[in-house]
Design a protein around this ligand. Structure first.
Ligand SMILES: NC(=O)C1=CN([C@@H]2O[C@H](COP(=O)(O)OP(=O)(O)OC[C@H]3O[C@@H](n4cnc5c(N)ncnc54)[C@H](OP(=O)(O)O)[C@@H]3O)[C@@H](O)[C@H]2O)C=CC1
Ligand SMILES: C[C@H](O)[C@@H]1OC(=O)[C@H](O)[C@@H]1O
Length: 253
């Protein structure tokens, strides 16, 4: 078991990559606290699935864009489990929209959720890890979009580049406390975030055709990589990033 006895916190874990990561961590022996925003039933289902694996779990409601939600999430996890060892910043949104008429509300909400939210959450988790004095691991879900653009993602790709950069700077700021910080850069993973976009068969086929491994990713493809970076197998890895894209990034021609 790679995470036996560890406490893992994950934002936005009622669905998709966060959900798969929460369950993968529990399968590796961790107790898990999940943050969710909108769907208590979905969050409760994740908790039940983790408990069925014999591990402890709690679900804490909160909007990551609200700075106050970060210390509240960390405190709730510490109250339940006594400590935190691993923090996964996952919550994110990608409302596809063209650049020239991008509404300010969409731009600002995307920035606040994806970048400010990651900042507040990582900062609150790091403070607690520093107080505990026994190190820790932070993994942020960035994206292949940190490295490449998207016509309908001009508001989104800078947030993912920002999250990647946040992990690099935090690796320096927190290395002295034994806290490792890394990012995971998924390619195209079939989840609710892109359900509408990929409902167009031509778009789906185009995306699949760009992936050397020949298929879209699944949330579990990403979860395993997060577990690795969170575990002691990655004990000398910090400030690093792991592309999980089936080879899409390198596929020029
Ligand atoms: N799917 C993909 O192709 C890729 C995804 N990513 C990133 O992976 C992460 C997870 O996305 P994915 O699993 O695909 O998408 P999903 O839409 O399935 O999951 C996103 C989760 O984030 C939660 N969330 C959204 N806004 C907030 C908020 N303000 N506060 C708390 N939670 C929030 C949602 O909660 P609720 O359901 O309660 O609204 C949801 O559970 C995102 O950061 C995304 O950018 C990166 C690269 C590729
Ligand atoms: C939501 C998109 O399908 C997905 O999000 C990302 O971060 C990837 O780059 C894909 O574009």
């Amino acid at each position: 078991m790679l995470l036996q006895g560890k406490t893992v916190l994950i934002t936005g874990a009622a669905h998709g990559i966060g959900r798969a990561t929460a369950i993968a961590c529990a399968k590796q022996g961790a107790d898990v606290a999940i943050n969710y925003l909108n769907e208590p039933e979905a969050a409760a289902a994740v908790v039940a699935e983790i408990e069925a694996l014999g591990k402890r779990a709690i679900a804490v409601k909160g909007d990551v864009a609200d700075a106050a939600s970060a210390p509240a999430f960390v405190e709730a996890a510490v109250k339940a489990f006594g400590k935190i060892d691993v923090f996964v910043s996952n919550a994110g949104i990608c409302p596809f929209h063209a650049f020239l008429d991008m509404p300010a509300e969409i731009l600002e909400r995307t920035m606040r959720v994806n970048l400010h939210g990651a900042y507040y959450m990582v900062q609150a988790a790091a403070k607690r890890m520093q107080q505990q004095g026994s190190g820790g691991a932070i993994v942020a879900i960035s994206s292949i979009s940190a490295l490449v653009g998207g016509e309908m993602q001009t508001h989104y790709t800078p947030t993912k580049a920002g999250v990647h950069s946040l992990m690099q700077s935090c690796a320096i700021a927190l290395g002295r406390y034994g806290i490792r910080c890394n990012s995971v850069l998924p390619g195209t993973i079939a989840t609710d975030i892109n359900k509408e976009d990929l409902a167009d068969p031509a778009k789906k086929k185009y995306m699949e055709g760009r992936i050397p491994l020949g298929r879209l990713g699944e949330p579990d493809d990403v979860a395993g990589c997060v577990v690795f970076l969170a575990s002691d197998l990655a004990r000398y890895v910090t400030g690093s990033s792991l592309l999980v894209d089936g080879g899409m990034f390198v596929n020029l021609q």
